[in-house]
Design a protein around this ligand. Structure first.
Ligand code: NOJ
Ligand code: CA
Length: 583
């Protein structure tokens, strides 16, 4: 996998006085010597529906994942996060579960899952699952019972209230648009759903609900999974008085929803009763959590979660539904804050892509034919050298781009219809303006099928038409051509992953931004014991003369450019060129 042309061995300059100055704000090596597998892991998220179809029905499945395990292993991945694989009516592609102990029939059977587990384990790959327990599907037997009568034993599994004067019990909006309440005639009451009406929120204040959830977790951990990504986990505790939101809170209701009074108590109970009994990793989706609150979840002494996904980076280019411009300084500041956490014993995640986000290369890089590959290499360098466990999303290793949507009808995401209703139909936003923003920000950008090769439907399926159309750029952007070209993004990412394993400073090192004010070059250092890594990335479409902020950088160990200008002092960086130096 190593390509000599790119793994340059330039003379070692050794640790200089200047490098010794790079004293970290917090010396993590002094305070947090714990090496755990999940700190060293590189995780790859699979959205099974769009990954690989093995039986020709147009829908990705477990058989497809099994077939592609060697491809994932060859990239250097050691942990897979599977987006939901459980039985579901698929109103939100599996994030609405009606049986937590059964596999979605379209994806396969429990026997297929067991095969996947054992084949992955033979290749040294762990599997983590998506735990979706803020809500269930409205087709879950618990909810079916709950809605029958006010005295049904399952009534308190969900959150029911009598309608208020204006109809809904309060003014809470759903994250997907519209009211967070749906009226149910059978019992003349409304139920709460922070997402779609088909995703009623569970009532975590009911101890029986917590018992059920903890038992589901044990079921999968006992089957050998290595942990959970926890969906919407910060929203599980609701203020029982369900107060109306102020006009200001209505602008960003997630900050209220994530401030439930029992949230930390419930996470601790989950850790105590379940997680502490297994060698399992947890990563919580920290929706509605501000950067300075992250360590309240992840500090080891609090015994809650191992890591969370904070939203600061992926919200950098949006204000609600609207796309906004962002300066590089903003991105640098977020990484600097994450790299110097308040708590000395907590751990981060690094991610730019997932199944809810537009494609990273289309938003943080430049997806034009000229710059797609180089800019994807630049942002992958960022992903794999910042502080925390990196999470890649399927297709990111190929530089897959946003989908060329034309009309509203091209979108399949259920969220789109409710947002359209709440914004456009309500007369708040003009249809063409909303559509243009949706094209860049819509979640469906991530959900077009994996592009495996140049054959029909990119080799994703043999069906005439896949569940979601393939991006027409698959003839240029596909796994087959990436794997066969040693200079491709795929192999560059493979080399970065191998480098992380070789240089502990990239995993455990402290963080310091060396040039916070530069408008296009992101240059930072990671330091661990006596080793220092300097990362230098030109994040723009223009080449630039750059004077490194430290005179001696160490040896160039990797470059995204085949012929970097490696002279001393002032250097020339090509558009989107990325380099890593080690001393
Ligand atoms: C976050 C998931 O990532 C997203 O896909 C889903 O729609 C919501 N949570 C609701 O489960
Ligand atoms: Ca299939």
């Amino acid at each position: 996998m190593l390509n000599r042309r790119n793994l340059l061995a330039v003379s070692t300059l050794g640790a200089s006085a200047a490098l010794a100055d790079l004293k970290p704000a917090i010396a993590k090596d002094d305070v947090n010597p714990t090496h755990t597998w999940w700190k060293e892991a590189v995780v790859y998220e699979i959205y099974p529906r769009s990954f690989k179809d093995s039986n020709g029905d147009g829908i990705g499945d477990l058989g497809g994942i099994i077939d592609k395990l060697p491809y994932i292993r060859d990239l250097g991945i050691d942990t897979i996060w599977l987006a939901p694989i459980f039985k579901s009516p698929n109103r939100d592609n599996g994030y609405d579960i009606n049986d937590y102990r059964a596999i979605m029939p379209e994806f396969g059977t429990m026997a297929d899952f067991d095969t996947l587990m054992s084949k992955a384990s033979k290749l040294g790959i762990r599997i983590i699952l998506d735990l979706v327990v803020n809500h269930t599907s409205d087709q879950h037997p618990w909810f079916q019972q709950s809605r029958l009568s006010r005295d049904n034993p399952y009534r308190d599994y969900y959150i029911w209230r009598k309608p208020g004067h204006g109809g809904a019990p309060n003014n809470w909006p759903s994250v997907f648009g519209g009211s967070a309440w749906t009226f149910d005639q059978a019992t003349d009451s409304g139920y709460l759903h922070l997402f779609s009406p088909q995703q009623p929120d569970l009532n975590w204040d009911n101890p029986a609900v917590r018992d059920e959830i903890f038992s589901i977790m044990r079921f999968w951990l006992d089957k050998g999974v290595s942990g959970f990504r926890m969906d919407a986990i910060t929203l599980i505790s609701k203020d029982p008085s369900l107060p109306n939101l102020t006009p200001e809170q209505l602008h960003a209701p997630e900050y209220v929803y994530a401030a439930g009074p029992k949230l930390h108590a419930y996470l601790r109970e989950m850790n105590d009763r379940v997680l502490s009994h297994y060698d399992a990793m947890t990563v919580g989706e920290a929706y509605g959590i501000r950067a300075d609150e992250v360590s309240l979840f992840t500090d080891r002494s609090r015994r809650e979660l191992d890591m969370v996904f904070a939203f600061d980076i992926v919200h950098i280019d949006r204000d609600g539904w609207r796309k906004i411009a962002w300066p590089l300084s903003k991105l640098k500041k977020i990484y600097a804050e994450a790299g110097q956490p308040k708590s000395q014993d907590s751990w981060n995640t690094v991610f730019l892509d997932n199944h809810d986000q537009p494609r990273a290369v289309s938003r943080f890089g430049n997806d034009s034919a000229q710059f797609r590959e180089v800019s994807a290499k630049a942002i992958s360098t960022l992903l794999l050298t910042q502080c925390g466990t990196p999470f890649l999303f399927q297709g990111e290793e190929l530089g897959m781009t946003n989908f060329p949507f034309r009309t509203l009808r091209d979108f399949k995401d259920a969220q789109v219809a409710s947002q359209w209703k709440a914004k456009v139909d309500a007369g708040l936003v003009a249809p063409d303006v909303f559509l243009e923003n949706l094209k860049s920000l819509g979640r469906d950008n991530a959900r077009s099928p994996m592009q495996w090769d140049r054959t029909k439907n990119a080799g994703f399926t043999t069906a005439a038409s896949p569940w979601f159309p393939v991006n027409p750029n698959y003839t240029d952007v596909n796994a087959q051509s990436s794997v066969s070209d040693l200079n491709s993004l795929y192999h560059y990412i493979g080399r970065l992953i191998a480098l992380r394993k070789k240089l502990p400073a990239l995993i455990h090192g402290s963080y310091r931004d060396l040039d916070p004010d530069h408008v296009s070059v992101f240059c930072y250092a990671r330091q661990w014991n006596n080793s220092t890594i300097v990362v230098m990335i030109n994040m723009c479409d223009r080449g630039i003369t750059y004077e490194p902020p430290v005179p001696q950088l160490g040896s160039l160990v990797t470059s995204s450019n085949e012929q970097p200008n490696v002279g001393k002092g002032i250097t020339w960086l090509q558009p989107w060129e990325a380099r890593i130096y080690a001393a």
